[in-house]
Design a protein around this ligand. Structure first.
Ligand SMILES: [Zn+2]
Length: 716
């Protein structure tokens, strides 16, 4: 009995052509895992298979393009879906609406012609809209529709004026524009850019929380409060405002969905949220001002979160071609784009690639060979990429401290532990493809915000035999982020109250001989200490809880003659408790953040030993290959095959993404789900010898791994 499918979305990134709204609100949690078993509904076109999507992000000047040449270039990618700019900021069709700015270069019906040509080729079309801004000539007539900054100013950026989410344009007029486009053209989907509450312009000038009358009145009505003017997460009113943002944004998208479906149920709704959408959009992009390192796992992260959290949604995680939205005419390394596309493909996402303008006008086109290559592979191997579902051993929960999450994500990947990612928004709801009980272990990376129901759901999971590895301040805040000063997970095995030791450099944790006996990893024989570089919660164990690692008080670190510590305490850095039939390992500090920042082997080793030694994780895949090999496993819904997806992350050094270096002799031992009759390498295009061991274990060796491989196991 397996369930399926996905979803996700998080935070808000401004870069690009987009914006992501959402957050980590925990909606209604069922006290018990929903037991409704549903297969994925493949009746809708967007759920039939992972699609190949090309987005040509058309500029005003592109409405005069040569459609024959446009089609030639598009066809080289063999796309199932093309996304083009239809309306909102600029209407690329002869709109009859007073408040939609018509492209002054428009001659005839550009959208009508282009949609017709694409559809004649069997390609579906998603129309792109952007309601976050309105042309200044129209804005001047409707000031009540506009965003208002904290100084009372409107924002006019290159003639486009920011609109207010709660104003009449986004709340009402948007429906007129969408209605006109959907009535007029046989488009298959609508995509919205820059949704939600924007506080920056494209030059990254900060304008603050919208203070329009519409926002003020709605916030007052819903929360009985005046709008905050400062985005301060420590301010209770601001936390309520964040809740307001999420709820009103979600509300708008649910209304959009109802409206679109009332017109034509086969039109997909797509944007950067999970609320009310059929196709979640996310981005793997770069930005000059973003702190390094690049998040190499971006595509896997985005797609896996979506597909493991939300059944009956698809995800287009777009590989953005440019290195920064201020350099939209340049491309990132072809090998970075390749990595992003492969990450999408091997995690059941769509292939999704975006350029500014059209494919034929690209001035930095070295990447196009890589794009054609991956899109071509996808087209050739669709049968194996369609209808698969996740079967990982572990679920990493996403929705808290991003650095903590990234560090634990990378540890799991480097250790080749098969893991799904589930958004906190989906926990305990009927929307996840797999119930929590399907997983041997849940990893909670400093997941602070939890409703009481969420805590109860996790405790019930452990009581029934589940296992949790939790870190940092997990469960110490309510669902809005208000700190409660208590560890609320009863299964964590500690008293609720705790004392915070602030982040002071020079402190450590002692790994004692008795700890090593429990952690059971032979590498720990040569490791007695790890450094601590975060805050530390001093918790009290309840009676039956095991206490591991000893906190070492901040020590002198210079000069060398004075560099020794004197105080090793028995304050535990790792708790181990049995609760009901299950177990919990709790590290009351940010071990993932440590690994995210400096990749220290000791931190990684402690997490691995916590999972295997303490929690007795049983792996369904065993391999000794390089940590730079990422592994994913998918099983076909019809029980005919399964595959391991391998991604080779080598070729990267600092900010450079080069061609990956082949990795030889990747030995794989997999506990298969069926009786295997044949093993093939889809990328290398050859059959592989394998041996069958006891208990369904299948052993084989991949002789050479280039950028990626799919090791296909076909059953009898
Ligand atoms: Zn507003």
């Amino acid at each position: 009995m397996e369930r399926y499918w996905m979803k996700k979305a998080k935070f808000m990134n401004i870069f690009i052509c987009c914006a992501v709204l959402a957050g980590t609100i925990l909606q209604c949690y069922a006290a018990k895992a929903d037991s409704v078993e549903q297969e994925r509904d493949t009746g809708e076109w967007w759920l039939q298979k992972p699609m190949r999507l090309i987005q040509t992000n058309l500029r005003e000047i592109d409405v005069t393009l040569d459609i024959d040449i446009y089609m030639q270039q598009i066809n080289k990618c063999e796309p199932d879906v093309v996304m083009i700019n239809v309306g909102g900021i600029v209407a690329n069709y002869p709109t009859e609406l007073e408040y939609q700015y018509r492209n002054p270069r428009l001659r005839g019906d550009f959208i009508g012609t282009l949609v017709g040509r694409l559809k004649a080729k069997g390609i579906r079309v998603i129309g792109r809209f952007d309601f976050s801004k309105i042309n200044e000539t129209l804005a001047a007539k409707r000031p009540e529709w506009l965003y208002k900054g904290v100084k009372g100013e409107i924002v006019n950026y290159n003639g486009q004026v920011h609109t207010c989410v709660n104003g009449g344009y986004q709340q009402e007029y948007l429906f007129k524009i969408l209605g006109e486009a959907v009535d007029k053209y046989p488009i298959d989907g609508v995509f919205f850019n820059m949704i939600g509450y924007q506080t920056y312009d494209y030059s990254m000038n900060y304008h603050g929380i919208c203070q329009s009358d519409a926002c003020r009145e709605r916030f007052l009505k819903l929360y009985g409060l005046e709008l905050p003017t400062v985005e301060n997460p420590d301010d209770e009113v601001f936390r309520k405002y964040q809740d307001f943002r999420r709820k009103t944004s979600d509300d708008l998208f649910r209304r959009v969905k109802d409206f679109i479906k009332s017109k034509r149920s086969d039109v997909a709704v797509c944007t950067y949220t999970d609320a009310g959408v059929d196709i979640i959009r996310n981005e793997s992009n770069s930005a000059f001002d973003r702190p390094l390192p690049e998040w190499n796992y971006s595509a896997t992260d985005n797609v896996r979160t979506a597909m493991c959290s939300w059944r009956n949604k698809a995800i287009g995680n777009v590989a953005i071609n440019f290195p920064d939205y201020r350099c939209r005419h340049s491309s990132v390394s072809p090998y970075l784009t390749e990595l992003r596309l492969v990450g999408n493909m091997l995690n059941d996402g769509w292939l999704d690639y975006c350029v500014i303008g059209t494919l034929e006008n690209q001035e930095d086109r070295l990447v196009l060979d890589n794009v054609h290559d991956i899109f071509g592979f996808h087209a050739q191997n669709e049968q194996w990429l369609t209808g698969t579902k996740p079967v990982a051993d572990v679920a990493l929960i996403k929705g808290g401290n991003r650095d903590e999450y990234k560090g634990l994500f990378r540890i799991l990947s480097e250790e080749h532990i098969l893991f799904d990612v589930i958004s906190t928004k989906a926990i305990g709801r009927a929307v996840t493809p797999r119930p929590l009980e399907d997983y041997q272990v849940l990893v909670l990376p400093d997941i602070r915000n939890m409703s009481n129901a969420f805590c109860a759901r996790l405790d019930a999971y452990v009581k029934g035999g589940g296992k949790i590895l939790a870190t940092g301040r997990t469960s110490t805040c309510d669902e809005l982020g208000n700190p409660l000063g208590k560890v609320r997970l009863k299964s964590a095995g500690v008293e609720a109250t705790f004392k915070v030791r602030p982040h002071i450099r020079g402190s450590y944790l002692r790994i004692r001989p008795e700890d090593k006996k429990l952690l059971k990893d032979s590498k720990l024989d040569a490791l007695d200490i790890v450094y601590l570089d975060s805050e530390f919660l001093e918790c009290e164990a309840v009676e039956t809880t095991g206490k591991l690692l000893g906190y070492i008080m901040p020590a002198m670190f210079g000069p060398p003659e004075r560099c020794y510590y004197t105080q090793v305490t028995d304050i535990p850095g790792l708790f181990y408790s049995k609760f009901g039939e299950g177990m919990v390992a709790f590290l009351p500090w940010q071990i993932g953040q440590h690994y995210r920042n400096r990749s220290h082997h000791g931190h990684s080793l402690l997490v691995k030993a916590g999972l295997e030694g303490l929690l007795k994780l049983e792996r369904s895949l065993v391999t000794e290959t390089s940590p730079l090999v990422e592994v994913n496993r998918r099983v076909s819904g019809d029980g005919k095959f399964e595959w391991l997806g391998l991604i080779n992350h080598s070729g990267q050094n600092g900010t450079a993404f080069h061609k990956s270096i082949p990795i030889r002799d990747v030995a794989l031992k997999l506990k298969s789900k069926g009786e295997v009759k044949k093993v093939q390498l889809l990328r290398a295009g050859k059959e592989l010898k394998f041996s069958t061991l006891e208990d369904g274990w299948i052993k084989c060796i991949v002789p050479q791994l280039n950028r990626f491989e799919i090791v296909l196991y076909e059953y009898e």
